[in-house]
Design a protein around this ligand. Sequence first.
Ligand code: NOJ
Ligand code: NOJ
Length: 414
Amino acid sequence: MHKFLFLFLAFNIGSAAFADVDAVGDHFEDWLNYERQFAESRILDNISPQRARRGAVIASPSKHNPNYYYHWVRDGALVMDIWMRRLEGYPSRLSNANLEALMWDFVHFTEYGQHIPALSGLGEPRYDVDGFPNQEPWGRPQNDGPALRASLLIRFAYYLIGNGQIEVVKSKLWPVIMNDLYYTGDQVSVPSFDLWEEIKGDHFYTRVACREALLLGSDLAAALGDYGRSGWYSTQAQIAQSLALDHVNVQRQQIIENTNRVDGIWYKDSGLDVASLLALLHTTRKPILNLNDQVVMSTINKIEQSFNSIYPINRRFSDLGASIGRYPEDTYYNGNPWFLATFAFAEYYYRLGDRAKGDGYMKRGAFHAHRKGHMSEQMDKQSGYMLSAEDLTWSYAAFLTALEARQKYTSNKR
Ligand code: NOJ
Ligand code: NOJ
């Protein structure tokens, strides 16, 4: 298609959003292509912004209501995963040299922060953009962060080793990874705040993330000849694994995301949380459960059913896939669907090979996005208009991983 016409179409899909659900379907493939470029550009905007320390990944450019102008450890790792996937072979308009530079900036930012005392050590959830651990009252520690970061950097280590840079890995990267793995292994049975920063206790997401980091760490340590550490990581990974499996309730046919609450919010009764799906999608290198496991599928169905009854927009635009939120009892901004949760459902079904079902959730995202492609954190459950932090970096990352799964795991048949 002619470039000009294509942009024209892309811009109109969004503006037709509330008038016409069909328009999303008609221009869907164009929208995906357009949004792919757009999402990558917005992610790049949110890395190393002006006056920030190089390597900082801001969660969103929003500085008020809410202020997300910080480097969150979890978001940073999940966003840099996009560039790591491109170094691992997914097509990119960036050169490998550019991608490596992005990764090294992130490594240096991480290393700098690791050496500054923080209120909860490496469990500090967020850093100011100058690289200093944040000091405001917050739900800390959050122990998924260092684990996600270690898993990411271990993949970077393998990439470098594959390119003949084992000495660089040993001297520059492995020490940074070891810091995160030591923290992760040491804290594996200790309660921390969940990824939504609201409840202190035990979490499936956190435990699964810790397990993967320790397993990958054990393999890399062995590859580098450090058998002592390899063994300890592996022992701690087994502990993380059995703790994680405690959340799988076969009788209720459901993963119970949070258990043993010691602090924070108390009203999450259902145990349902999209975090349980994110746990699986974020740890595909060492899967703890199959995506088509009975309990997983049943959990996914229960989550969708509950959001169908809670969100009016799921009934109003029912030709699209459901919009999905964090968990049914959510009250943040009054409790709404999130782009990253909706795209997680898309990715889930793409990975199961169900393109039609996956496309439904992608169309849902397309419908509520800004006509130029912007995506915030949430969409209003009543009106469908976007809410909370604009250009949430993680929303774009979640869109891109879902799109990659669409290309990888489903055939072109419609
Ligand atoms: C900010 C957190 O980032 C968000 O996840 C949470 O829901 C609210 N605080 C309310 O606790
Ligand atoms: C709130 C979310 O609950 C949390 O998971 C995230 O890390 C921060 N916002 C920053 O995006």
